[in-house]
Design a protein around this ligand. Structure first.
Ligand code: NI
Length: 185
């Protein structure tokens, strides 16, 4: 089932999301729906707050990038209760977009490598260092779990350049190719 994606301006995108337990109701269906919603919107990552749930659940599928990054052929993953516990000092900069901020694309500087702790969909524990494009996508998605969006991480100047677009998003003045939950005032 395709779920509406909550747009910038929705309060749930500003909440710190909570860990969940294996008895979370209908978790498998929720995960399936999140993948379907992400594919329908042609995204490569989706965090639960973006569908209105303040819980620490993220889905990622990097297969669409596999032409440029063959290592991600058929790569998809579920991250539950994910936390970034360490980051590298070295950073890189790359353009990002977000299904909750349609029409905005900006370069974001992030640590090159991160150490993450999370549970997979079978609730097995993982503690690993991640690098490359996956590290970037994970940081973008895990930011959603901390109530942050990527426009928080761009320069004041770039934010100023996008001010009208962000204001329009926050007012619900946006047209979009997928189902969204816009702010109604
Ligand atoms: Ni996003």
């Amino acid at each position: 089932m395709i779920l509406p994606i909550y747009l910038y301006g929705q309060p749930v995108l500003r909440k710190v999301a909570e860990d969940i337990t294996p008895d979370y109701p209908e978790l498998n269906t929720l995960i399936e729906n999140m993948f379907e919603t992400m594919y329908n919107a042609q995204g490569i990552g989706l965090a639960a707050p973006q569908i209105g749930l303040p819980i620490r659940l993220v889905v990622i599928d990097l297969d669409p990038l596999s032409e440029d990054y063959p290592e991600y052929k058929e790569f998809s993953a579920v991250y539950i209760n994910a936390h970034i516990v360490e980051t590298s000092d070295d950073t890189d900069s790359s353009e990002e977009g977000c299904l909750s901020l349609p029409g905005i694309h900006e370069k974001v500087v992030r640590p090159t490598r991160i150490r993450v702790q999370y549970l997979d969909e079978d609730f097995n524990e993982h503690d690993e260092w991640v690098e490359g494009y996956l590290a970037r996508v994970m940081q973008h998605e895990f930011d959603h779990l901390e109530g942050k969006v990527f426009s928080d991480r761009i320069s004041m100047l770039r934010r100023q350049m996008n001010k009208n677009r962000l204001n329009n998003l926050a007012k619900g003045n946006v047209s979009c190719g997928y189902k969204v939950k816009r702010v109604i005032r």
